[in-house]
Design a binder for this molecule. Structure first.
Ligand code: FES
Length: 100
């Protein structure tokens, strides 16, 4: 569905790999978490709290909040504004964040 503007793709051998729900996702240096996941074909990233509708990144600039995910155990993280780092553990967000 999404393709990168520049040719080529990220590879698992480069060391830039994050974990999305147990699966390795390669990314390029400078990618946001949302860009890395979309380039890998991952979508949707969350479900709404009211009716569990699937949502995916839309604006890619921090406005719409459709890209919320759990990053390293922290919920409600805007994946479009978070730079991907090796070893990050990303999970879909189902509904509203939980209060601890
Ligand atoms: S995609 Fe809109 S805030 Fe992240």
């Amino acid at each position: 569905m999404f393709t990168r503007v520049e040719p080529g793709s990220a590879s698992l051998s480069g060391g830039n790999v994050l974990d999305f729900e147990g699966s390795p996702v390669p990314f390029r240096s400078g990618d946001s978490v949302a860009a890395a996941l979309l380039a890998a074909g991952v979508s949707p990233l969350r479900e709404t709290p009211v009716d569990q509708s699937p949502r995916a990144p839309y604006c890619m600039m921090g406005v719409c909040f459709e890209c919320l995910v759990e990053i390293d155990g922290r919920q409600n993280q805007q994946s479009c504004l978070t730079r991907a780092c090796p070893g990050m553990i990303i999970k879909r967000q189902h509904g509203a964040r939980t209060l601890r």
